[in-house]
Design a protein around this ligand. Structure first.
Ligand code: HGY
Ligand code: MN
Ligand code: MN
Length: 402
């Protein structure tokens, strides 16, 4: 492991350097094809080209670096993750997977495998700007449709406008597709949870990624004066949403293995002395079993309707994502090695790439189990162990495929 410790430290330094490219000074916030993404692409392009890779940006804004194989027309192994972040993120979620892909190519130092290697930095995985995740990886499996291209952000800018504003052509997004004979996809990612840290393990191999539902529940009441409206005459949308959020938490606590989060709440008109006329609550529900998850979502929506009736409110559900749980490829998992097997509660681009090729993920310990937070971290020894495992994986895949 020591042989890769300095490469590991460079990888960590690169992640922390990239973290400075942000829409907000002093924190790390980088959404789909926002201005700071140009600087991120410039950094990766210089690292990739110095490692002998050919670099392109596809029309979904994905950064793509290619290494040739020992022979032309060899199938391709993809290694990657996402370059966007949640608001006020840490430095490693997504970025680390792209940086380690480049580091593996640097370690190979021109040595060619019996397969091509493509390192991909996806343009958008978190779903922050347009409310729908995985735009970048969906382009690789041909699943960016006109409806998605027409989705607007909070300022009314459409996905297609954002692509054009970045200097790309939304009409050419289909060119981003990965060929169907791809050898597979490998994603290095921080665990973003407490499991490896509590077991005091540096690495884990993902067996499956849980399924997730996302969407908005919108309560509509009647705005009115906070001082003159008696309590029994109110139709308070925010109070209704608050009652429902508590019910969502109770439902999740009562259902084994289920997590449910209301992480966003938009209130109109949003003044202390005005009873809220509307409240839009963003719901995220996850479980390893798709039936359990979908059943829980249905119960939560039923509960919202019952609360609305009791309070004289209207309520509607706007679903945005129903992503099934995805199993990782057993053959690629075996090539990674005998590490702790685990389920991922976080969603990843691997769940989209799995629609077109075998996929595998290697988790790195998240000290303190912290993520989606500036305190997110990795340990240099664990990064070195991940690089050691990654080189071993490439060599074992080369031997199997050669
Ligand atoms: O939300 C997630 O599961 C991931 O961080 N995109
Ligand atoms: Mn994330
Ligand atoms: Mn991520």
């Amino acid at each position: 492991m020591e042989r890769f410790l300095s490469v590991a430290q460079t990888a960590i330094d690169r992640c922390r350097m990239i973290a400075q490219y942000s829409e907000e000074p002093g924190v790390t916030t980088r959404t789909f094809l926002s201005e700071p993404m140009h600087a991120v692409h410039r950094c990766f392009r210089s690292w990739m080209e110095a490692a002998g890779m050919r670099v392109t940006i596809d029309h979904a804004g994905n950064l793509r670096g290619y290494c040739e194989a020992t022979h032309p027309n060899a199938p391709r192994l993809f290694i990657g993750s996402h370059l966007d972040t949640v608001p006020r993120a840490g430095a490693f979620d997504g970025i680390l997977g792209v940086v380690l892909g480049v580091a593996l190519v640097e370690i190979l130092a021109g040595r060619r495998m019996t397969f091509q290697i493509e390192v991909v930095g996806f343009s958008e995985e978190e779903g922050v700007r347009f409310g729908v995740p995985f735009i970048g990886s969906r382009a690789l499996v041909g699943q960016v449709d006109d409806e998605l291209l027409a989705r607007g952000d909070a300022a009314g800018v459409r996905v297609s406008d954002a692509i054009a504003a970045f200097g790309l052509d939304p009409a050419r997004i289909q060119e981003a597709q990965a060929s169907s004979d791809a050898l597979g996809y490998l994603e290095f990612h921080i665990e973003q949870g407490p499991v490896l840290d509590r077991l005091n393990l540096p690495l884990g191999v993902v067996e499956a990624i849980v399924g997730q539902s996302r969407g908005d529940v919108i309560f509509e009441g009647r705005a009115n004066h906070a001082g003159t409206t008696p309590m029994n005459l109110r139709h308070d949308a925010l109070a209704g949403a608050g009652a429902w959020i508590g019910a969502v938490e109770r439902e999740a606590l009562a259902t084994s293995g289920l997590v449910a989060t209301v992480g966003s709440l938009e209130v109109e008109p949003g003044a202390t002395n005005v009873i809220a006329g509307s409240a839009r609550a963003g719901l995220d529900v996850r479980h390893a079993d798709d039936t359990v998850r979908r059943e829980a979502v249905r119960r939560m929506i039923d509960c919202a309707q019952q609360i609305a009736v009791r309070r004289g409110l209207k309520v509607r559900w706007e679903p945005r994502l129903d992503q099934s749980a995805v199993a990782m490829d057993a053959g690629l998992m075996e090539l990674l090695g005998p590490f702790h097997r685990m389920t991922s509660g976080a969603g990843h681009d691997a769940m989209i790439l799995a629609r077109r090729m075998p996929v595998a993920m290697l988790f790195l310990r998240s000290p303190g189990g912290i993520s989606h937070h500036p305190d997110e971290a990795v340990l240099a020894d664990d990064v070195a162990a991940a690089l050691e495992t990654g080189i071993g994986f490439l060599e074992r895949l080369d031997a199997r495929h050669g």
